[in-house]
Write a protein that binds this ligand. Sequence first.
Ligand code: AMP
Length: 282
Amino acid sequence: MVIFNKINPVSEWVANQKKEGKSIGFVPTMGALHQGHLALVEQAGRENDLVVCSIFVNPIQFNNKEDLKKYPRTIESDLQKLDGAGCDVVFNPGTEEMYPAGHQSKTYDFGRLDKVMEGRFRPGHFNGGAPVVKKLFDIVQPHRAYFGQKDFQQLQIVRSLVRKEKLDIQVIGCPTIREAGGLALSSRNTRLTESQRREASRIYQALEKAREMYPEFPVDQIKQQIIEVIDASTELELEYAEIVHPDTLLPVTRAGRNTSAVACVAAHAGKVRLIDNMYLNS
Ligand code: AMP
């Protein structure tokens, strides 16, 4: 596995491989890697000749400075895990490499996609995230890029970014990897206490129940069920629960066998913010 910290060498490496006819799969991450990330790397490995993974904690997408400070950084074990998962290249730039002095990020407007849910509760999150994804795409120029469905809204925004910028990159959404109790794996889970971790699986239970209820029950009732299950925990504080159309993120008002819907939840367990989602009609 080759490790690059600078932009030019990684771009050159990829360009040379592409000249040789190799296909490139790309997995952008912020490190503190777990099985959810590694599943993306493994899928990229099955579907491409070579896999590039980036590790970059992007300061601009953190609206909460404490969250940025506390974000786990575990580069040595990340590199070991990536090697084991079959990654070929790691791109691990410093902040100055990605944001040189005088750097100006382009701002994007994704319409509704970046205003609701995460966009509403983490102002600036997507406006910090989208330019860095674009920059990483420009550096790596992969054939395919792999994103977790765990960050569902981010996935839809990246799809929109690729359409807007007319990039020749196939964006691939990958299933959410969960702990045995259902809690979605997240780098932030290491900050949960034992009891918070146990209680956090209620988020999954609420989503599973919502999936069972859809489309037989009215959407309001399904949403209420999610709220009640999460509110019943003394460890969790619900931030939002929404049932939306996957493409438009407009609220689904009527459940229907042919109406696509995704339930999205954000909740706090102490100072740790957790998000999860589930397709309801699959
Ligand atoms: P992050 O390092 O949190 O920015 O995540 C990097 C990528 O891994 C994103 O595409 C995430 O959606 C994805 N990811 C994070 N957690 C999971 C998970 N539990 N299952 C699948 N993908 C995940």
